[in-house]
Design a protein around this ligand. Sequence first.
Ligand SMILES: *Cc1c(COP(=O)(O)O)cnc(C)c1O
Length: 346
Amino acid sequence: MKSLEELTRPNIWRLTPYSSARDEYSGHVARVFLDANESPYNQPYNRYPDPMQTAVKEQLARVKGIPVDRIFLGNGSDEAIDLVYRCFTRSGIDNVVAIEPTYGMYKVCADINDIQYRKVLLDDQFQLSADKLLRVCDANTKVIWLCTPNNPTGNALNRGEVERVIQEFDGLVVVDEAYSDFSKEKTFRHEIVRYPNLIVLNTMSKAWGCAAIRLGMAFASKEIISLFNRVKYPYNINDLTQKEALKVLSNPYEVDKQVKLILQERVRVIDAFRLLPCCEKTYPTDANFFLAKMDNAQRIYDYLVNEGIIVRNRTHVSLCNDCLRITIGTKTENNELLSALRQYKG
Ligand SMILES: *Cc1c(COP(=O)(O)O)cnc(C)c1O
């Protein structure tokens, strides 16, 4: 791996971060707060939230088995994705490499930051080749984007190939594990101690059932986390979000139960899809959704919208011609989808 200084944008490396009123008194027991121009009324929301989200990170450290100083919290994983570009890539100079197809935000953030985005097609089983990926990298490739289980394909990437990419690439590798709670594969987040160039993303938006609160996270070396913390907005996670996260994280067994139910339903819905005349095949999945190849994805999508049922049409995505991406819902929701499809006349 190149040194972190070589990989970081020089202006970010030199940055003096904003120092908030609350940052400066730490270490003392305070009773009266007249430092931040807050109103004394409308408690508790008159006060700025904890800029470093210490209580939430302490809970996450227990739940995820990662130390507090290796956790960054963002306004969704989307904030962490954007921060990777803002910390490490120089527009008009650097580039990033990503598997294709994958989650759309890596490309959107590349475009916003004016960074060249190089796509490397997965094979027909939606697997990556470390060699193919490494071959398109050059001296200005700063980041490789991987997502496992991958969206929209649903499958976990081959672990050996992912490890080879991390070991052989001299820049940063991001492994997005938004769906890892649904997968039997071993998580990559514990590998951050072995690989200083690895950044693992996680989110409260999927298995944890908290898409509305916008809370995503990155796990990485202390040095990378401290760069993210310097560049983020000072109060990027609001107090309502921190409170709800603490509540949900205090009951991980509830989430385990929900994940089990979703996985049971996944088997049932996929089996039923295979019997549908309009379904050509379903692809293996390690997530809370699956990809199904249909006889005419656009027509079926339009038909379902008319029935008030929304799935994701992925027909224009590389390698996903005529594919719909189906999220697993409750038993009742899944039955609605299945009965609508049984009544569909192609
Ligand atoms: C849904 C999803 C996310 C979650 O993004 P948030 O901003 O945390 O809601 C991240 N990565 C992938 C691949 C996803 O599918």
